[in-house]
Design a protein around this ligand. Sequence first.
Ligand code: G1P
Length: 286
Amino acid sequence: MKVRKAVITAAGWGTRFLPVTRSQPKEMLPIVDRPMIQYAVEEAIEAGIEQVVMVTSMGKRSIEDYFDRAYELEHFLAWKGETALLQKMKELSNMVDICYVRQKEQHGLGQAIYTAMHIIGNEPFAVMLPDDIIIGKEATLKRMIEIYEERGAGVIAVEEIAQEDTDKYGIIEPRPVTKGIYEILSLVEKPEPSRAPSRLGIVGRYILPPEIFEALMVTKPGKNKEIQVTDALQLLLKKQALYACEIEGTRYDTGTPLGWLKANMALALQHEDYGPELKKYLKTLM
Ligand code: G1P
């Protein structure tokens, strides 16, 4: 069955980015010239996703406004004769079909995904964590959907991480299948380095079968007393195979100030309008 829908989770408190996130969603922080969340939406579109289900929460209304029509602004731009900008604004609100569900209490990524169950229904779907931005030749999600179609099983993106960082990620126990693709033998959420089954850490991109919802329904709170999707995937493994694919490209964790700065620098340097000037400027600072 075709993967048509993507859940983008945007309900967290953004604690790693306080105080900025006291009054604005981290997902709306700009990365060069677009808010962080737009990168996930664009990646979904590139992968052929037809509907985005955004899981939001209190204080995230600006995300909805961003992807909505802005009639007054459009009227103003038309009046000023700013045709190109007007066109850009209209395109933004027509990018893709987006619907919103609210996660009323923050009990973890697993619960956030579960919130979207009724909109997803009985079909495979993608999950994207927007603070993981992956810059590469091809959209990561597109490749993952191809692997899902080939293997007929769930696919999770992974990346080799430093041993001392295993307690920041879900970690898989892999069995190599082909280059960059592994069968998952087990998974564990944020283990201590000494207990990690490998150094392959889960990145925020998943292609999941609908059976994940049954698993989430019976998943008990785990790490940090939250419902962890990693634990639900471990339950699902008892019934069906799951694969992992190594991402190609560079991943930025833009949910932290340092990761956000790095992503801004890297992308701005590649930007045709800002890159050359920024490069010169950075040289004067070094
Ligand atoms: C979540 C997942 C974790 C995964 C990570 C990727 O953790 O629970 O398994 O490795 O996303 O970004 P979080 O970073 O939300 O704590």
